[in-house]
Design a protein around this ligand. Structure first.
Ligand SMILES: Cc1ncc(COP(=O)(O)O)c(C=O)c1O
Length: 367
């Protein structure tokens, strides 16, 4: 009898980007710019850090399962607490969704090369996982609508999308939604929604549909990726079922306290947005003259396609040697692309100094 089902046997585990310490040690470097995991380059929200340091003495008690943060979020977004869930990162809520809703014959439907965290979770359940190709690096929503079958149970849409950084508009979503049967759940993953500045970006608070689950996170703009804290909104029946399945007690107490303080840290959010806009602009302006394409992004990263996987890999390895960590996208299913997060001015400058030295195109290397 096999130890695990075949879909676990063949599953490739989620591989995080390289850590700063690992790269410093391997290449004997003192300074490393981590532009690999779409984290906040300004650090954590200062209000969150203060609140956490004031609340260390309650750690002997179990947390209350996110109740305080659920109340705070319900208040902030004018929802009932029964419409809100929190978890140890939006990944954890996604994991609960995957464990809660699909039956064995059901299918998950999404785009090719979707966010790797979702791919791994969905495949870990052993249900069919179907994809539709990108159209010009955007979700092809009409093709996704046509691909829905009677077996489709969950459609996963990230907006802005990771790894492409592209968005779909309110109009595009409305059009798509008309074709989705009520029995199909849509996960609207909005990990990067704060960064999306396009006026056509849909505010999912208008999508209080019974079959839409919105997921958001404190890992990105609030700078709390290390705490593991995320949240979701949905119809109360969906939330009630998710609450049956989620791990008892999560999220951790300090994660909850940090998140509540961060939610009020408007100054930090604005500073993070300003830095992101400046860094995105620099990437957009500086990479094309080096012969690199930049996919226009509404998030805190850009995707750069290369002609071949070997070229992408050479640039990735070359940048590591210069102390710049970016994200290769082979695991996502895009081996000829790299993803580069926005950073501080120093980080971005390190990247821009290193890139001409490692790019493989002759005319670039001469510079
Ligand atoms: C699209 C998307 N969804 C979810 C997550 C996971 O977020 P969290 O840290 O809240 O688990 C990420 C993290 O990179 C992401 O890019």
């Amino acid at each position: 009898m096999p130890l695990v089902p075949s879909y676990i046997e063949t599953l490739r585990p989620y591989e995080p980007g390289r850590s700063i310490e690992e790269v410093k040690q391997k290449y004997g470097l003192t300074r490393v710019a981590k532009l690999a995991s779409n984290e906040n380059p300004l650090g954590p929200s200062p209000l969150a850090m203060e609140a956490i340091s004031r609340n260390l003495d309650g750690l002997n008690y179990y947390p209350n399962g996110g109740l305080d943060l659920r109340e705070r979020l319900a208040d902030r977004f004018q929802l009932q607490i029964s419409n809100v869930i929190t978890g140890s990162g939006s990944d954890s809520i996604m994991s609960s969704i995957i464990r809660t809703f699909p039956c064995d014959d059901d299918e998950v439907l999404t785009t090719e090369a979707a966010f790797i965290g979702f791919q791994v979770l969905a495949r870990s359940r052993g249900i069919a996982y179907r994809t539709v190709p990108y159209r010009n690096w955007h979700y092809d929503l009409p093709a996704l609508a046509s691909a829905i079958t009677e077996k489709t149970k969950i459609i996963y849409l990230a907006n802005p999308n990771n790894p492409t950084g592209t968005i779909f508009t309110r109009h595009e979503f409305d059009e798509f939604y008309r074709h989705v049967p009520d029995r199909v759940l849509i996960i609207l993953d909005e990990a990067y929604f704060e960064y999306a500045q396009d006026a056509r970006y849909p505010d999912s608070m208008h999508y209080r549909y019974d079959n839409v689950i919105t997921l958001r996170t404190f890992s990105k703009i609030y700078g709390l990726a290390g705490l593991r804290i995320g949240y979701g909104f949905a119809h109360e029946d969906l939330i009630a079922n998710l609450l049956k399945v989620k791990l008892p007690f999560e999220p951790g107490s300090l994660a909850q306290i940090g998140a509540m303080a961060a939610l009020a840290d408007r100054e930090f959010v604005q500073r993070s947005l300003d830095l992101n806009a400046a860094s995105l602009r620099t990437l957009r302006d500086s990479l094309p003259p080096l012969g690199l394409d930049v996919i226009p992004s509404d998030a805190n990263f850009v995707m750069v396609p290369f002609e071949t996987a070997a070229e992408a890999n050479r640039v990735f390895e070359g940048l590591l040697q210069h102390g710049v960590i970016v994200r290769p996208l082979g695991a996502f299913g895009l081996p000829d692309c790299l993803r580069i997060s926005t950073g501080t001015d120093d980080d971005t400058n390190m990247l821009l100094e290193a890139l001409p030295r490692v790019c493989t195109k002759e005319e670039v290397c001469r510079n």
